[in-house]
Design a protein around this ligand. Structure first.
Ligand SMILES: Nc1ncnc2c1ncn2[C@@H]1O[C@H](COP(=O)(O)OP(=O)(O)O)[C@@H](O)[C@H]1O
Ligand SMILES: [Mg+2]
Length: 227
């Protein structure tokens, strides 16, 4: 097993069968010992959070599989905190895809002049950012992605369509727990001529509200896993 990459919260290995193994660590992004999923640096360790994030990801990847939505997910070993996935090429140096159902966060920072925090975005709104810690993950448009040769217009359209579909699946599931999904962040990759969802679907990748109160990611994980 060869280590391909050491990420902030996961180690990435290549497997003999050609697949990839993601090992979920207990390292969390945050600052000064406070967990903050929006941070771009590792700030603390929380015992067992790697396994919890893996279990949350399994929860959602299994639902997507049942609904016939293909992702990189192959299998998982909770004990070892590992997930076997299809190998994917990331776009550029890494791309994050955000789906917003309710306007908040950086969307309000940018467009607060036009929209109030907490306003629903009917049907969902999709935008992309480059993974670039130094530049604070800059926003990138479809035209830029095509102009830069990062992807074709067709690939972008596939990402957008899948993002809206997958976000609805996650939101519908959270709704059954009495929770509202406000926004969520995904990664997509390219595998054998297909664009598929990769990486994880964990509590730190989404903003979820119970009524007018935002859910803390650790609490949210407990609710999703019914623990
Ligand atoms: N199926 C896959 N194939 C190849 N790379 C993947 C796959 N799924 C996720 N990755 C990559 O593995 C890394 C996961 O580690 P993580 O700690 O989350 O990294 P980062 O610090 O870049 O967010 C990410 O860079 C992600 O793009
Ligand atoms: Mg990551």
């Amino acid at each position: 097993m060869k280590k391909l990459y050491e990420g902030k919260t996961k180690n990435v290995y290549s497997l003999e069968n050609g697949n990839v193994l993601l090992e979920f660590k207990d390292d969390c992004t945050g600052k000064d010992g406070v967990f903050d999923p929006g941070e771009n640096q590792v700030g603390l360790k929380i015992e067992g959070i790697g396994r919890s994030n893996l279990e949350t990801s399994i929860h959602f990847f299994e639902i997507l599989k049942k609904k016939g939505i293909k992702t990189h997910y192959v299998s998982a070993n909770v004990e070892k905190a590992t997930m076997e996935v299809l190998p994917a090429k990331v776009f550029g140096h890494g791309l994050e895809v955000v789906c917003r159902l309710v306007a908040t966060g950086s969307f309000i920072k940018r467009y607060g002049e036009y929209i109030k925090n907490g306003t629903p975005l009917e049907g969902g709104y999709v935008e992309c950012t480059f993974k670039n810690d130094a530049l604070g993950d800059p926003l990138v448009t479809k035209d830029a992605l095509v102009a830069l040769g990062v992807m074709t217009a067709e690939m972008y359209d596939s990402i957008k369509e899948q993002t809206l579909k997958i976000t609805k699946v996650v939101a519908d599931d959270l709704k059954t727990m009495g929770l509202d999904l406000w926004d969520i962040k995904f990664e997509f990759g390219y595998n054998n001529g297909e664009v598929i969802l990769i990486d994880e679907i964990a509590s730190g990748n989404m903003r979820v509200y119970k009524g007018d109160k935002i859910m803390d990611p650790v609490e949210l994980t407990k609710v999703i896993l019914k623990k």
